[in-house]
Design a protein around this ligand. Structure first.
Ligand code: NAG
Ligand code: NAG
Ligand code: NAG
Length: 576
């Protein structure tokens, strides 16, 4: 019930009338203890309420405003509310709660910014701005309204604000809670485990209830798509859809047409677990690894391999040849065909074409260019042949020249060249008549007196090259050069020598004697015979004759002439 201490009983009666008239407010009103007293200062009013085990009215709902405005009589000074400015904030007395902006019910132009006007009055039954608020000096004196609170500690759960209503209370649930005492958290739908993933939740107010939070994880090789954490909201909805676990993708591989790629995918193309095998077409080599795996990181295990054209060795033209190639792919690589051509005058020995195989080798070895051969030629009689052979003897480019032996005359062309056709430019290079015998002869020779002549005639009697040797008979000595040669000028190299008889030593006539000589080949020479004779009275002791022999010695000494006696004795002995 309500105390209106300063009012008359008539008022009190009318108050009770008011109290019970609106059926909807009747029950509420029964617990409201309004107490009006003489006008008091705000602090005095509060103290007064406390003394009567109640509080100042803090006006929490529009129903409360209407109720009080209807209930209370008009007071010239109006009534204090339990609202006061604390630290610049309008605060409800009793629970110290801030008055929310939208719950403030100020009269127009209020609240004033005047200092000290920190307490709030309510214009009960004012003809203008009725039941609106006005801030006033707390020292002002106004009517007091008290009420006893319906909210107790146990009225609502911890997840509600207990709000005083007129005569009762309501539990104003905190967001996320419901129920009469707001003790039950709002439920969200249970979450399903994502494919290839899992989640773990923390449930502060029960399984999948308000403020339950769930964190999602994906298996190795999967990427979480969406929010990793879901929160059960006050609305009973999760704040985000359940995330997806999407397999990690590797970058797609574009393999060149010169090769083949075969992939095996466990989930999706080019994704975690995919394995791709590579090989190259014939004539191409694989560079790099042939097997690639898409890793859990979304990266390929290795770099993409490439197909490179098989290469053959580069070719070098053989001597005297040119090489021409057609390369469908690359120079000296698979499919290249090279043809070889020999220079003029050279024959191609071997294959004139070679091809680069898929194994990187040439199908044929390069041919050889061999100089064309001319018939071999021999030097002509009485001549010699000298050749310069840039490409081998008697071959294309060979240049031969005939030189006749000394004394022989060239009869024709001395030069010939082996042409590019393999023919000599001059055919009769080795003709037997190319070197003619010499035109000049030497004078005929006769052997010298007492001598003989022996000749060697390679080219005819007393001709160029004839060599004659003179020899002397026994007892004769050669005076001059024994040998003479017929030169190319037609003259003999030396005169024919003479043969001179060998000389014996000069003889002296013996004492008492003399001698006379017969000299067929000169004095005291080979063939000379000297005969000694003695003077009268002397006898020749020995043989009278001595001969000059073929070796140039006397056959015996000149005899001596001895006196007569001795000569007789000798004669008498009869030895002669
Ligand atoms: C409100 O605050 C005042 C001082 O700031 C304090 O003395 C009083 O106990 C508080 N009341 C409640 C209900 O918290
Ligand atoms: C007061 O409110 C509570 C909760 O809303 C309700 O259970 C109770 O019946 C009410 N009491 C009266 C007397 O209306
Ligand atoms: C709900 O969770 C939020 C953030 O996680 C937190 O700030 C808030 O205090 C929680 N509410 C309750 C009632 O536990």
């Amino acid at each position: 019930f309500i105390y209106l201490s300063s009012l008359h009983s008539r008022v009190s009666v009318s108050f009770w009338t008011v109290l019970f008239l609106p059926v909807s407010l009747r029950l509420i009103c029964s617990c409201l203890h309004c107490l009006t007293t003489p006008n008091r200062r705000w602090h005095e009013a509060r103290q007064w309420c406390h003394q009567h085990l109640s509080n100042m009215v803090t006006i929490q709902t529009p129903e409360e405003t209407d109720f009080i405005n209807n209930l209370l009589p008009f007071n010239q000074k109006y009534y204090w509310t339990g609202i006061r400015k604390v630290d610049g904030v309008w605060t409800r007395e009793g629970n110290n709660k801030t008055v929310p902006e939208d719950a403030q019910n100020w009269a127009p132009e209020e609240p004033d910014k005047i200092a000290g006007q920190d307490c709030v009055e309510i214009y009960i039954k004012r003809n203008k701005d009725t039941a609106k608020w006005n801030n006033e000096k707390c020292q002002s004196k106004k009517g007091t309204i008290c009420y006893s609170a319906s909210c107790t500690q146990d009225s609502c759960s911890a997840h509600a604000d207990c709000v005083e209503t007129v005569g009762n209370y309501t539990c104003q649930c905190h967001p996320g809670f419901h129920g009469p005492r707001c003790e039950e958290a709002i439920a969200c739908k249970p979450l399903l485990e994502p494919q290839h993933g899992s989640h773990h939740c923390f449930h502060p107010y029960g399984s999948n209830r308000f403020n339950s939070s769930c964190r999602f994880h994906c298996e190795l090789g999967f990427r979480l798509l969406g929010s990793p954490q879901l929160l059960c909201q006050t609305s009973g909805q999760w704040n985000n859809p359940v995330p997806l676990c999407q397999v990690k993708k590797c970058s797609p591989i574009f393999f060149p047409v010169t090769g083949n790629m075969t992939c095996v995918d466990t989930l999706e193309p080019f994704s975690f677990g995919s394995q791709c095998n590579f090989n190259c077409q014939e004539g191409y080599n694989l560079t790099g690894d042939s097997l690639l795996t898409c890793l859990a990181s979304g990266q390929w295990s290795k770099a993409t391999p490439t197909c490179t054209v098989v290469q053959c060795n580069s070719l070098e033209a053989p001597p005297h040849a040119s090489v021409e190639c057609q390369d469908p792919l690359e120079v000296y690589s698979y499919g290249s065909i090279c043809t070889v051509q020999c220079e003029e005058g050279f024959d191609l020995i071997g294959a004139n074409m070679t091809q680069c195989s898929s194994q990187g080798s040439w199908s044929h070895t390069l041919p050889v260019c061999q100089a064309k051969k001319c018939n071999p030629i021999n030097p002509p009689p009485h001549g010699s042949l000298s050749c310069s052979d840039p490409h081998g003897s008697f071959s294309f480019g060979s240049h031969c020249m005939t030189t006749c032996d000394e004394g022989f005359l060239l009869n024709g062309t001395a030069n010939a060249e082996c042409t590019s056709l393999g023919m000599w430019s001059y055919i009769l290079l080795d003709s037997p008549s190319l070197c003619c015998p010499p035109a000049k002869r030497c004078p005929a020779l006769n052997s010298t007196t007492y001598g003989s002549l022996f000749c060697f005639d390679p080219h005819g009697e007393f001709s160029f090259g004839s060599q004659c040797t003179s020899a002397c008979e026994e007892g004769f000595l050669l005076n001059g050069t024994a040998d003479t040669v017929c030169t190319s000028l037609g003259t003999w190299s030396a005169d024919i020598p003479h043969c001179l008889a060998k000389r014996c030593p000069t003889l002296n006539s013996p004492p008492h004697g003399s001698f006379s000589c017969y000299d067929p080949h000169g004095e005291f020479s080979f063939g000379s015979r000297c005969t000694s004779t003695c003077e009268e009275g002397f006898v020749l002791n020995g043989t009278a004759n001595t001969d000059c022999t073929s070796v140039g010695k006397w056959s015996r000494d000149v005899p001596r002439c001895l006196a007569g006696l001795i000569a007789i004795s000798v004669l008498s002995s009869g030895t002669v």
